[in-house]
Design a protein around this ligand. Structure first.
Ligand code: SF4
Length: 729
């Protein structure tokens, strides 16, 4: 490697906190000044109230960000922060899935708070260096690398000498730069983004770890919401942490034996049953592709269709042939579920690294579908190449896939043409031009790609204003809500999943609730009250993982074999045995008792605080919870005609007489009925969550949760209106 020595701009030494029962009880603040070279470093105490009300991880991130910004702060103001935090579980090695970091920031894409998580070693190493969270605020006056030296208890700011802005280059160079030798590379983790962050909002953060078996740097993404754009705007090329020595008991748990016992039983279950359940160890999440196709849930051609005749080309069997096998593919120590699959020695066919052989992380399901079926491509080699460059350039593969899928439909509808795209023929499945589009979007090389790189909501305004494209049509077909592009599940036929996508805190991302099987396939949520209950419980339960530094996959991507015999309905979906493991481990780490109610209470506090935070930023009300037509049902005749009997039957269920009606009329009728269902769902969910008709948490709710801080109360007093109250609330 040929990286030039970096000039030290500023340095600060600290006395490390001793981690006790899961917490260091100190956070690290790094101020970059306001393009004036004034750097500031502080250790900040973590109060009992912060632990009690915000727990850790995403909760800490939201509280620290709340204190750092005002209602006027924009994503590109120096006051905006990038906060990174694990949680009390973060870093334990005896139970799978404990290496996650949660990032929180004001998002360029959604213009409200966003949080996104990644594996890799950063979160645990930050904690072992003595910090429960890292805040980065301000803007550097030149490109910098922030180095947290957890071995020597120093934080240093270097002037970057990196010559390429892209993630694999940056990460490989910095692992080399800060390591003494090959073995030492595993003691380092790098956060970076890529060149797309200069002009695009759909750009994430790459978190690295060094894979000793492959002798390669691996990247895991906190992809969504534009965290990479925020990092780049701060003129930070990378954040690096180094920590050489640590043990499996670095969190100083109260009862390590209890954690080990829970871990051993889960490791055995994974070993014995993963192959017959989710095949996470052989193909990772890419196994979902054919399952989604079976149930008409795979997004094909901008979510128009749910299955495709060429599914076998992108099935898990095809990916299994390409993934290297027999590796311990965990993204942190101790994860035997090991879903972090990779393709080794992949020869790139295009772009700046054409001809080079690389290790490609993934693709995971979301990428296989988003940069595959959803853009009309059924060629794993194309998807793997697109996956590599998306990561390298910093793109969020989900938003990139969903945006490109929407662009293809706009192009095929004639809303945009070759003149606008500067010569690109952006039809579904046109692999050559779609790959070229990705390269151009990363480079920001013309007005069309720069507008497109801002995501669907901003792009459609631009297309309407500059190309005369029909805004209403673009709104119908764009799978976006609150500024965030939908992840890669087709949700039209599950009313509960409409809520799982469009009644969320941050937009249609599947990490709040994935209710399609429970609702559509297993019919376990027959009433609006049942759906609302699920849309209360699961977002809160899933949020709990983000408070603790946990990966969700070991919770329900492997189950006890008798789970569905012993338990039924929603209770089975909770996977009680694994849920109980988390309660046991929480107590074994912190020494504090926790039951199911306490678990949901921890989450509900943060869930509602985040909602109120978004209200503070000018969003967070009912009008931002809107579902596009494409999310609720067919928009065009070809979608209906792909399953005419099925859709006719749905219409008849509403008591409609369909004889003699055109397909266009039937589509309008179905959309009308589904809009009415959507309104009923929204009301039921708001009520169950303790919100008013405008989607705002009530005073009663915030008092019950103990988050009635004076600033919160003052904000709610401004927004809560008597006419928005539910009659019997
Ligand atoms: S299940 Fe996969 S993503 Fe989760 S911790 Fe394990 S390797 Fe990482």
């Amino acid at each position: 490697m040929d990286m030039k020595e970096m000039k030290l701009l500023s340095e600060w030494s600290y006395e490390p906190a001793k981690i006790h029962r899961g917490y260091a009880r100190e956070t690290l603040y790094v101020g970059l000044g306001n393009k004036d070279g004034n750097y500031k470093f502080e250790k900040r105490p973590v109060s009992d109230d912060m632990i009690e009300k915000f727990t850790g991880g995403r909760g800490f991130g939201l509280k620290l960000l709340w204190d750092a910004v005002t209602e006027k702060t924009k994503w590109d103001d120096p006051e905006n922060e990038l906060v990174i935090a694990g949680g009390p579980f973060c870093g334990i090695t005896q139970y799978p899935g404990t290496g996650k970091s949660y990032t929180v920031f004001l998002s360029p894409a959604t213009k409200q708070t966003y949080n996104s998580n990644a594996g890799g070693y950063f979160g645990p190493f930050l904690k072992f260096s003595g910090f429960d969270a890292l805040e980065i605020q301000g803007k550097a006056d030149r490109p910098v690398v922030v180095f947290i030296d957890g071995d020597n208890y120093k934080v240093q700011i270097f002037e970057s000498t990196l010559e390429d802005n892209n993630a694999y280059y940056i990460s490989e160079e910095l692992h080399d730069y800060f390591a003494k030798d090959e073995q030492d590379k595993r003691t380092i983790s790098v956060i970076s983004t890529g060149m797309a962050a200069k002009t695009s909002y759909i750009v994430g953060l790459n978190f690295s770890f060094y894979d000793v078996r492959r002798k390669a740097v691996r990247l895991k993404q906190a992809g969504r919401g534009g965290g990479g754009t925020v990092l780049s705007d701060k003129n930070v090329v990378a954040i690096v942490v180094k920590r050489t020595k640590f043990t499996g008991a670095e969190n100083d748990p109260v009862d390590i034996e209890a954690i080990m016992k829970a871990g051993v039983s889960l490791h055995k279950r994974i070993h014995d049953h993963d192959n017959e359940q989710c095949k996470m160890r052989s193909v990772g999440t890419a196994h979902l592709t054919e399952i989604m196709d079976d149930y008409e849930l795979l997004p094909v051609n901008n979510y128009k269709f749910g299955s495709h005749k060429d599914i076998n080309n992108i099935s898990s069997d095809e990916y299994a042939k390409l993934f290297s096998q027999g590796m311990a593919d965990g993204c942190w120590y101790g994860c035997s579920l090991a879903c972090a699959k990779a393709v080794d020695h992949f020869p790139l066919q295009t772009g700046p690294w054409k001809g080079k052989e690389v290790v490609v992380d993934g693709p995971e399901y979301e990428t296989a579908a988003g940069l595959g079926s959803n853009v009309g491509v059924f060629d794993p080699y194309w998807t793997i190449e697109a996956n590599f460059y998306a990561d390298h350039y910093g793109f969020d593969t989900i938003s990139l896939g969903t945006t490109i899928a929407w662009v293809c439909e706009c192009y095929e509808l004639g809303l945009i043409n070759k003149e606008h795209t500067h010569g690109l023929e952006l039809t579904f499945g046109n692999k050559k031009d779609l790959m070229e589009l990705i390269h151009r979007m990363a480079a920001g090389s013309d007005d069309f790609v720069v507008a497109t790189g801002k995501g669907i909501e901003a792009a459609r305004e631009y297309y309407a204003e500059h190309y005369g494209a029909d805004l209403e049509v673009m709104k119908k077909i764009g799978m976006v809500c609150q500024g965030l592009e939908a992840s890669e599940y087709r949700c039209q036929e599950s009313i509960a999943q409409w809520g799982g996508y469009f009644l969320t805190l941050k937009g249609p991302q599947h990490d709040e609730a994935w209710l399609i099987f429970m609702d559509m396939v297993n019919k376990q949520l027959p009433t609006y009250e049942d759906k609302a209950e699920a849309l209360y419980f699961f977002p809160n339960f899933r949020l709990w993982f983000s408070l603790h530094g946990l990966c969700k996959l070991p919770w329900n991507d492997i189950e006890p074999v008798d789970n569905s015999i012993k338990y039924k309905g929603i209770e089975a979906a909770r996977v009680p045995e694994h849920l109980n493991n988390y309660l046991t481990i929480y107590t074994a780490i912190t020494g504090r008792p926790l039951d199911r109610e306490g678990m949901i209470l921890q989450s509900e506090r943060v869930y509602n605080f985040e909602r109120i935070f978004n209200l503070r930023m000018g969003k967070g009300t009912s009008k931002f919870h809107e579902a596009p037509d494409r999310g609720l049902g067919p928009v065009w005749e070809d979608e209906w005609m792909a399953r005419p009997d099925y859709f006719d039957a749905r219409l008849k269920e509403f008591g409609e007489e369909i004889e003699g009606k055109s397909v266009k009329e039937k589509i309008a009728l179905l959309q009308k009925h589904r809009r009415s269902q959507w309104a009923q769902l929204k009301a039921a969910v708001y009520k169950r969550r303790g919100w008013n008709k405008n989607g705002i948490p009530t005073m009663k709710t915030v008092k019950r949760l103990g988050i009635d801080y004076p600033e919160v109360v003052a904000l709610l007093e401004k927004h809560l209106k008597p006419e928005d109250e539910f009659e019997d609330a």
